[in-house]
Write a protein that binds this ligand. Structure first.
Ligand code: KIV
Ligand code: ZN
Length: 515
């Protein structure tokens, strides 16, 4: 009999702390629904005290999700805990996750509290949170750099006060696997009431060890792992959900536990998170990267043709890659289109939305022979933005670029429903297009990142462009796809501008909080 490994997804909270990854309430609900469909046990939906936008998002997720526990983060202070409790009130299964730092450097320099004060505050916070729900999680922040004696006392006090999950974070990604596994083992042995709580881990990836550290702790008895889709998260990110889940599932001979996850939802979830946050997945990313199951060398191809297991340890279709990747084409009907989208976890709320997306699909199929899942994902994301009543929309773009001439772009955009045109010259066609857009929007945003990536194979592939803009410390990402990469670039830039200008909903969740 294998133990159950609880999957605690924090894409909507820690994942959102990546630069530019802030999500709107509706985007969070869309991602939460895919996580629920995937059978994620606990969804950390946000940090309600951080902003009214975050509070509303957590509330919306709590109201929309029935099958996963909804968790809200709170510092170990009354205001945060009360806000968290109010935000998850509507949930059928609500958790409050409260934390306080325990490392010498955090206590002295950040909190300016003595260890005794921290100890007392931790117990008090858990007790206060228990007034609202029976499901309370406690984290000693920066546990990976904390003194073990002190950690034992704090954790014991938290469990005594009613914490039923104790989460050990390696907040700065400093630990290495054997050491982190040992830390969890030592804590479980030394804390007198350790059997009264589920032990959890939360690892950051600064040294590229988040998954390895988490799995080392699982080997020592941790039965909850905190992770994010695509490993999204603060700085170098968090442990990647897909890697944790597939490691324990593929190596059943090693791990004494398994998750309840429906792994076939992994790729759809990965694509959705990438599209919404504007963080593309690197092609060689394990499990969800475009090349994760591609065999290039002749020896490997030969082996896989003879017997797949010669070079494949997992089946691509088990994690949601479609076995037959060319799914639709010019002659595919509306029903086939709708069915494939539903298989990919994408649904339309109204017939009108479906019809409009189908019209886009037909346009794309005229330009591109084979329509792959990646194309459908990009198309649906664009349709979502179209329906979202964004302020700026691209109407037409004409670009002239030839040897010996200065490239020029002429653009027409819809600005709150009014058509506005502008033109500009630039060092290249993309620069010209961005300058033409700026003639209209005058955003003042600084371009921090531009990248283009082919969505699928073939010269007729759509280019997926990521643009990152910064203004006054605020960072936003835009993503756009098209068979014409100048148009994809313009779409991506416009998406970023729309985000930059919708302040209220996209405030960085922890910008105003020194935690
Ligand atoms: O990294 C961290 O320590 C956190 C805590 C709030 C759990 O995200
Ligand atoms: Zn974290």
């Amino acid at each position: 009999m294998q133990d159950h490994l609880i999957i605690f997804d924090t894409t909507l909270r820690d994942g959102e702390q990546s630069p530019g990854a802030s999500m709107t309430r509706d985007e969070k609900v869309r991602i939460a629904k895919v996580l629920e469909k995937m059978k994620v046990d606990v969804i950390e939906a946000g940090f309600p005290a951080a902003s009214s936008g975050d509070f509303e998002s957590v509330q919306a997720v709590a109201g929309a999700i029935k099958d996963s526990t909804i968790c809200a983060l709170a510092r170990a202070i009354q205001g945060d805990i009360d806000r968290a409790a109010a935000a998850v009130e509507a949930s059928t299964s609500a958790r409050i996750h409260t934390f306080i730092a325990t490392s010498p450097i955090h206590m002295k320099e950040k909190l300016r509290m003595t260890p005794e004060q921290v100890l007392e505050q931790a117990g008090w916070a858990v007790k206060h949170a228990r007034k609202f729900t029976d499901d309370v999680e406690f984290s000693p922040e920066d546990a990976g750099r904390s003194d073990i004696e002190f950690l034992c006392r704090v954790v014991e006090a938290a469990i005594k006060a009613g914490a039923n999950t104790v989460n050990i974070p390696d907040t700065v990604g400093y630990n290495v696997p054997f050491q982190f596994g040992q830390l969890v083992q030592d804590l479980m042995e030394r804390v007198p009431n350790s059997d009264k709580a589920v032990w959890s881990v939360h690892c950051h990836n600064d040294l590229g060890l988040a998954v390895a550290n988490s799995l080392a702790a699982v080997m020592q008895g941790a039965r909850q792992v905190e992770c994010t889709i695509n490993g999204l998260g603060e700085r170098a990110g968090n442990a990647s959900l897909e890697e944790i889940v597939m490691a324990v599932r593929t190596r059943k001979d090693v791990f004494p536990c398994d998750t309840q996850l429906d792994a076939s939802q992994i790729v759809p979830a990965s694509r959705l998170v990438a599209a919404i946050t504007g963080f593309p997945v690197q092609p060689n990313k394990a499990i969800v990267g475009a090349n994760a199951f591609a065999h290039e060398s002749g020896i490997h191809q030969d082996g896989v043709i003879k017997k797949r297991e010669t070079y494949e340890i997992m089946r691509a279709e088990d994690v949601g890659w479609s076995a037959n990747r060319m799914v639709l084409g010019k002659h595919s009907g509306r029903n086939a289109f709708k069915t494939r989208l539903m298989e990919l976890g994408m649904e339309f709320h109204t017939e009108e939305e479906l019809n409009s997306a189908f019209a886009r699909f037909k346009d794309l199929a005229d330009k591109k022979h084979e329509i792959f899942d990646e194309d459908l994902q990009a198309l649906v994301t664009e349709e979502g933005l179209e329906q979202a009543n964004e302020r700026y929309k691209l109407t037409t773009l004409h670009v002239c670029s030839q040897t010996g001439e200065v490239p020029e772009a002429k653009i027409t955009m819809s600005v709150e429903g009014q058509e506005v045109s502008a033109s500009a010259r630039g060092s290249g066609p993309i620069d010209a297009a961005f300058k033409a857009i700026e003639e209209i929007v005058n955003s003042g945003g600084q371009l921090q990142l531009y990248s283009v990536n082919a969505l699928t194979g073939g010269a007729d592939a759509q280019g997926e462009v990521t643009v990152r803009l910064e203004k006054g410390g605020r960072i936003v990402n835009g993503l756009g796809a098209d068979t014409d990469i100048v148009i994809a670039s313009a779409k991506s830039y416009i998406m970023a501008i729309n985000k930059l200008q919708s302040h209220a909903l996209r405030e960085h969740p922890q910008r105003s909080h020194a935690i």
